[in-house]
Ligand binder design. Sequence first.
Ligand SMILES: [Zn+2]
Length: 337
Amino acid sequence: MATGFKHGKLPVRYLGVPLVTRKLSLRDCQPLVDRIQEKIQQWSLLNLSFAGRFELIRSTLYGIQNSWCRQFCLPKGVLKRINQLCMVSLIRSLLARHGFLWVAWADAYVLRGATFWQLQAKPSFGWIWKRLLKIRDMLPAQVLQDGVSELVARIWLQIMVGKERVVWHRLVWFSLHIPRHSMLTWMALLELLPTRDRLIAWGMALDASCVMCGDVIETCKHLFFECAGTRIIWKEVLSLCDISREVLSWNQELSWAVRFMKGKSLLALLLRLAWNAYFYFVWKEINCRIFQSVSRDLSSIVLDIKGVVQLRLQGRFVKFRMDSINFLLCYRWGIHV
Ligand SMILES: [Zn+2]
C-alpha cells in the first residue's frame, strides 16, 4: 500500500489478547493458559527436582501471569486455572519421586508411610499441602490430560499389550467410578498386583503365606475371594445389597459380577462401586499389615467401603425411582433420601 500500513483484523491483539471494550472473558485469555500449559509440558521432558520445578513456576509462570495482570484485569476463572496447572506440575514431581530432599522430607514427616493418594488432610498442614490435596481430588480428569499420564500410560501399555478385550471392563470403568479404586481393581483382575507368589517368582526371599489368614500361599485369587480373612468382608457387602449367599471362588464371583452388576439400576451401580472399593480397601489393609504392622478389624473395612459408596452416591439418588427396593438399599447404605 502507498502509505506502508497493512490491513489488519479486528479485534487488535496485544500480548496475544484481544483488546476489547468489555471485560475479558475466559476465551479471550485462552492464549495465556495455552502458553503456560505449553511451558509445563516442555518442562515435563526435563528431569527437574521439586525445588527446580517450584522455582521455574515461581519465576517464569507467575512472571508471565504478573506481566499480564499489569496490563489486564484477568477473570478469576483464568487465575484459578493457572494455579491448577502449576499445582498439578508440583504433584507430578512428588509422584515421580523427583526432588530428593523435599520428597524425603515429605515421606518422613507428611506422608509417614502412606502414599500421596492415601494422605488425609490435617489442620496442621500448611497452605501448599492443603492446595496439593485439594488439587489431588480433582486429578483424575487432569491425570489423563497432563503430566501424571506418563505413569498411567506406562501401566496402561503394560496391561494392554497383546491382551484381548475383557468381558468385565464395565465392572471397573463406569461413569461414577472412583479412579484409584478402578485402577487397583483392574490390576487385581488381571492378576498384576505384587502378591507374595509373584514376588517370590521374581526371586525375592519371602514368607509365601497369606498375610490375612496365614494358611495358604498368597495369590491374587486367594486374597480376594478364597481367603477366610477377606471373604467375610465381601459377604457383608453383599448383605448390605440384600444379597444373602456364600462367597464363591474367584472365577465364579467374576462371572456373577459380570451378570449381576450390569445395567443402570441403583443396585447395579451400588454393587459396582462396592466391588471396586472392596478390592481397594482389602489391598490397603494388606499393605498396612505388612508395612506398618497395623491390623484393623474387618468391620472397619466394611465401614470404609460403605462410607466411600455413600459419599459417591449422596445426592445422586434423584436419578433413580424411589421404589421399595431402592428405598431399602438407600436405608441399608445410609444414603439420605
Ligand atoms: Zn488368606
